[in-house]
Design a protein around this ligand. Structure first.
Ligand SMILES: Nc1ncnc2c1ncn2[C@@H]1O[C@H](COP(=O)(O)OP(=O)(O)O)[C@@H](O)[C@H]1O
Ligand SMILES: [Mg+2]
Length: 305
């Protein structure tokens, strides 16, 4: 069984609603569930009528929730980077770290890394405490970028490792010629080199995250009966396939009560299981209303995964 699940799709299609309904349903079946919102515009707490934070809050029996504070993760990421740079280049007093880190705050990728490290942290810390961890995701643009981040970053890290290896080989050559050579402040072998070790560590973390998305997570994309959400779902599928990440199913949410209008979804996603949740006309106002959202078949598929 894939312990982790991600609900993807265009804004407003029902990611928060279906992930909450799924989490609630599973918890009522006796599974221990953690639901985690990664959306900077959090509204998971509103669905359950509770204030959520970076720490776990109990929503109902067997069900806890977290709203990831991305700003806090960005601050933590920058602080760790600072400590890392200080430790690695401690002999280099010329680097002005403050201005460097100020720029990093606005560097493309910082938010994506913050999401990645938050996911890594939650899964590492909580996997043993729960039968399921369900992620409610941010808008598609950010979601696709953080899902792609491990693959893209691994290419960079691979290049950096190669470059570092070359530097170390050159040092080794110089040492072979003159064992007394004073070119070496640091190591000349990969196993002794702090920077090489750090890069390898990052590579391992990124590879694990990629594996989490690729093999160990249940991914479902939500579509409504409108062309825009269908177009966005197709884009998500396509972008993920480029990363060798494959969705497990499609949820056709806010469907008309006769279940119609899904023909286009069926045509475009004929290889995938499609689960239909009918539009609840009276709206979803309280946590108890979540049982009105039809997700049992989706949950069955998830349990089989
Ligand atoms: N099956 C449904 N029936 C009726 N209203 C729904 C249904 N699914 C979602 N909604 C409503 O649609 C709105 C957007 O849903 P939400 O889960 O917040 O979307 P997202 O998280 O994808 O932005 C909310 O007001 C929610 O109550
Ligand atoms: Mg939402």
């Amino acid at each position: 069984m894939k312990k982790v699940a991600f609900f993807l799709g265009k804004g407003g299609v029902g990611k928060t609603t279906l992930s909450s309904a799924t989490a609630y349903y599973l918890s009522r079946k006796g599974r221990k569930v953690l639901i985690v919102s990664l959306d900077p515009a959090h509204n998971l707490g509103d669905v359950f009528g509770k204030k959520l934070s970076n720490k776990r809050t109990t929503l109902s029996p067997n069900l806890d929730g977290i709203e990831v504070d991305l700003q806090e993760w960005i601050t933590r990421y920058l602080k760790e980077s600072r400590e890392e740079i200080q430790a690695t280049y401690r002999y280099h007093t010329t680097i002005n770290l403050d201005s460097y880190l100020n720029i990093m705050k606005y560097t493309p990728g910082t938010e994506e890394y913050a999401v990645l490290w938050a996911i890594e942290h939650v899964v590492k810390e909580q996997a043993d405490n729960y039968d399921r961890i369900i992620f409610d995701t941010p808008p598609t643009a950010l979601t696709l970028r953080f899902l792609a981040m491990p693959t893209i970053s691994m290419l960079w890290v691979r290049e950096l490792l190669d470059m570092r290896e070359k530097v170390l080989k050159k040092r080794q050559t110089i040492l072979n010629l003159n064992p007394e050579a004073h070119v070496i402040r640091g190591a000349s072998k990969v196993e002794d080199d702090r920077i090489y070790g750090k890069l390898s560590g990052i590579q391992t973390r990124l590879a694990r995250l990629h594996q989490l998305f690729k093999d160990d997570s249940y991914l479902t994309v939500i579509i409504n009966p409108d062309t825009l959400s269908l177009a966005e779902a197709l884009r998500i599928r396509h972008e993920l396939e480029k990363l060798d990440v494959h969705i497990d199913s499609v949820c056709f949410n806010k469907a008309p009560s006769d279940g119609g209008c899904g023909e286009e979804v069926k045509q475009n996603f004929h290889r995938f299981p499609i689960f239909t949740s009918v539009y609840v006309p009276e709206g979803l106002k309280t946590p108890e209303d979540l049982v009105k959202v039809e997700i049992p078949e989706l949950v069955e598929d998830m349990e089989r995964s």
